[in-house]
Design a protein around this ligand. Structure first.
Ligand code: SAM
Ligand code: SF4
Length: 337
């Protein structure tokens, strides 16, 4: 039995930010190839032996919960391609201190797995949907699968997931025509749509500021073409989205604007990559090797010390807009979004 670490939480960084949220990437593999995340072909995935086992993920989670982490999000790559993900959810739901488990998925395998995930204790679901037509979806993802995502969304609602969030990455020159259809679709079916600005985390290294379709621009389009919106009171300040509601009462809309309006000042998030590297930011250029501690026979105290040093080294912000910004070596699918 691992012994209780003597290192105490909460996990506070040098800027006073308390970290209570962990994003766990369960795989770097994916069944599609979104251009803003992965290369089109010949992706180099990590060998399976390098990927954390469910036991290792659970152990890491137990250690960080004792340091104050109470929220988990499973991501990837595409988390639903990891076999028996529902079993991992069930294990994590049993960890004392975990209050909330969420999942971010592209939705392609959701229809098959939604029921088991709900039964296992998954609380919340974010489904990525950048476009409402199959052709634009294929242009972005370089694969088919649009109809399966819709089927997955409706199945998830049917099995009881409430307030499902739709994540739409907005890309100038590609998704302008999707803004209004996505908003109408979300309003009609009770999904909470959030637009996300395109960040420099594409594997092809082609990101350019001119491709960023800002949240403010989208908001103006929605007000002109769908209806007036008004800000909702800020609930949890660490949540990345700025939320609005349509004044007619039908639906909400969120904007995640990491490029034009960075929200690093309230960040409470830590990340664990699929092969067990801790990161204190999406844009970290440094990682802390939790797998080496676990596979090298390290104690829970040593693991906790690693987590504390990772948090302690967190920078004030990502600095995307500064001249000193260094794009991370890893692309989004290798970090876990
Ligand atoms: N495969 C799952 C999915 O697509 O939902 C989970 C992993 S994905 C990396 C997590 C989220 O990051 C998705 O909503 C995706 O659209 C978003 N994302 C990926 N690359 C991005 C980028 N360069 N800029 C902004 N968002 C990005
Ligand atoms: Fe796969 Fe998600 Fe990356 Fe798209 S954004 S390629 S679905 S991991």
């Amino acid at each position: 039995m691992p012994c209780e670490p003597s290192i105490a939480g909460p996990l506070v960084d040098g800027f006073g930010r308390v970290h209570n949220s962990l994003r766990i990437s369960v795989t770097d593999r994916c069944n599609i190839r979104c251009f803003y995340c992965m290369p089109a072909e010949n992706v180099r995935f990590k060998p399976r032996r390098e990927i954390l086992t469910f036991e290792e993920i659970e152990r890491f989670t137990r250690v960080v919960t004792r340091l104050g982490v109470n929220k988990l999000r499973l991501t990837g790559g595409e988390p639903l391609v990891r076999h028996n993900l529902d079993r991992l959810v069930a294990r994590l739901a049993e960890v004392p201190g975990i209050e909330d488990i969420a999942l971010t998925t592209n939705g392609i395998l959701l229809a098959e797995q939604a029921g088991a995930l709900k039964d296992a204790g998954l609380g919340r679901l974010n489904v990525s949907l950048d476009a409402l037509d199959a052709e634009t979806f294929r242009q972005i993802s370089r694969r088919d699968g649009f109809e399966r995502i819709l089927a997955g969304l409706f199945e998830a609602q049917r099995v009881g997931f409430a307030r499902i969030k739709l994540n739409a990455v907005a890309i100038r020159g590609i998704t302008e025509a999707q803004i209004v259809p996505l908003a109408r679709f979300a309003r009609r079916h009770g999904f909470e749509l959030r637009f996300i600005e395109f960040m420099p985390l594409d594997a092809d290294g082609k990101w350019d500021n001119s491709q960023v379709l800002s949240g403010d621009e989208i908001r103006r389009v929605l007000e002109d073409e769908v209806g007036p919106i008004e800000p909702l009171p800020v609930g949890d300040p660490s949540q990345p989205a700025t939320d609005y509601r349509f004044v007619d009462g039908e639906g909400t809309i969120g904007f995640i604007n990491p490029v034009t309006q960075p929200f690093c000042g309230d960040c409470n998030r830590l990340r664990l990559t699929a092969e067990g590297q801790m990161r204190n930011c999406l844009f970290s250029t440094v990682e802390w090797d939790a797998r080496a501690v676990m596979r090298g026979g390290g104690s829970d105290d040593e693991l906790a010390e690693l987590v504390v040093s990772c948090v302690g080294a967190k920078k004030a912000g990502h600095g995307i807009n500064s001249d000193e910004f260094i794009k991370p070596q890893r692309a989004m699918f290798q970090i876990g979004g």
